[in-house]
Design a protein around this ligand. Structure first.
Ligand SMILES: NC(=O)c1ccc[n+]([C@@H]2O[C@H](COP(=O)([O-])OP(=O)(O)OC[C@H]3O[C@@H](n4cnc5c(N)ncnc54)[C@H](O)[C@@H]3O)[C@@H](O)[C@H]2O)c1
Length: 390
């Protein structure tokens, strides 16, 4: 008895990550998985099929999916993937349902039990499964590297016979997982770092990582540890305080986000115009439209004397480490539902109940509740192991 687990090769442009890494193969097998992977799934991070020992490599995607009890992916899969899956099988992936209505429709039609990685509750017990956090931490680190390569100056103080230079001033705006990692990285590299967020609890976190905190007097703490949108009055109050800090910075890293909303604008065109010549902004919120009015998502723009870097899908740029952490996140989530060579979903487990997006033809979009009794009836079906390997 075993559970057929299939790993897809990612097909979205510029996606280099893969949902399985050699380091978790033995652990998954121990849980009862029979592993299959689409040929070339690790190629983008220079992992050839031969690096995946004890994994059956399948070149035909639909053949790979036909027998799969569980399908693992990074990005929302193509509709054809769902069509090729067994009815009632499990999909674990990022989905972002609001942007993927056709995909959600297909998941419902095929009665796929889909766990959407972005829906995982941000609770302590779920930390090892939290792909938003693991990927954001890497993005925060990378933002500093990216920013420093666009700067015409160094981050630390460097003393030479001709005199001393630096350190550079770095301002990090938005102190979630990515922002705090950016602070830690910039501090390690010797910059003088300031942090800013609308959630006052981030002050202590910024200070503990070696930054000072820009206090604006605005508290916009929202639901579940996230921020809420600022009122027009609050925006003016914040801008008044921030302008001075924006104009002093050599490098600004912005990461601010509000769930389900476009990225809040933290830096206006007028503030960019007042920045130091040669300063750099790295806007990690480009995917949501950006935190700066001059951001052009996916581009590096010269605006006056300032360079604005707005990369998309930053974790993919660190594909090897991002895949390593993502594969571990997925393994830890699977370990909650796989035991003794079968899949058994405990809908009373808060993590599974909140992460599920579709189950037995029912949508659990904002689900804070476990799937209904009708869903429990199909539990037995998902618990059944497959009879043979692909
Ligand atoms: N307990 C856990 O296991 C766990 C794990 C990860 C994250 N979390 C929490 O989840 C929450 C979200 O973290 P995230 O990294 O996904 O954040 P996120 O990507 O949603 O947002 C990034 C940051 O932007 C800030 N922000 C929003 N609007 C802003 C504005 N106008 N000006 C300045 N900053 C603004 C937010 O407060 C947040 O800190 C945080 O409270 C974090 O501590 C908890």
């Amino acid at each position: 008895m075993y559970v057929n687990v299939a790993v897809l090769k990612e097909t979205q442009p510029h996606e280099r990550r893969v949902a399985l890494m050699p380091s978790v193969v033995a652990k998954l097998i121990k849980l009862g998985a029979k592993l299959h992977m689409q040929s070339g799934a690790g190629e983008a991070i220079k992992l050839m099929d031969s690096a995946f020992k004890d994994v059956a490599i399948v070149s035909d995607r639909d053949a790979l999916l036909a027998d799969a009890d569980v399908v693992l992916a990074v990005q929302p899969p193509a509709l054809g993937v769902i069509d090729a899956m067994k009815e009632g099988a499990i999909l674990i992936s990022f989905i972002y349902a609001d942007k993927e209505p056709s995909l959600v429709e297909r998941l419902l039609e095929k009665k796929i039990t889909c766990f959407a990685m972005e829906k995982l509750p941000r609770i302590t017990r779920a930390q090892s499964m939290d792909a938003l956090s693991s990927q954001s931490a890497l993005a925060g680190y990378y933002a500093v590297q990216l920013g420093s390569t666009h700067l015409g100056r160094v981050l630390p103080k460097i003393t030479t016979a001709a005199g001393a230079i630096g350190p550079a001033k770095v301002l990090v705006m938005g102190l979630g997982v990515a922002g705090l990692e950016a602070i830690a990285t910039a501090h390690r590299l010797g910059a003088v770092v300031e942090g800013y967020d609308v959630r006052p609890e981030t002050q202590e976190q910024a200070l503990s990582l070696g930054a000072t905190f820009v206090e604006t007097g605005v508290d916009a703490t929202g639901e579940g540890g996230y921020a809420r949108e600022l009122s027009a009055e609050e925006k003016t109050k914040v801008a008044d305080v921030l302008t001075k800090h924006i104009q002093m910075a050599d490098l600004i890293i912005t990461t601010a986000a509000i769930p389900g909303r476009a990225s809040p604008k933290l830096i206006s065109k007028a503030q960019v115009a007042g920045m130091k010549a040669g300063a750099v902004i790295v806007d990690l919120s480009a995917e949501g439209g950006g935190n700066c009015e001059d951001t052009r998502p996916g581009e590096t723009a010269e605006v006056g004397q300032v360079t604005i870097v707005a990369p998309l899908n930053v974790p993919s740029l660190l594909g090897e480490d991002a895949s390593e952490l993502y594969a571990k996140n997925q393994y830890n989530l699977l370990a909650l539902m796989m035991k003794d060579n079968i899949v058994k979903i405990d809908w009373d487990d808060e993590i599974l109940a909140k992460t599920v997006l579709t189950h037995a033809g029912t949508l659990h979009k904002d689900a804070q509740k476990a799937p209904t009794k009708a869903g429990k009836d199909t539990k037995a079906r998902t618990a059944k192991p497959a009879k043979k390997a692909a």
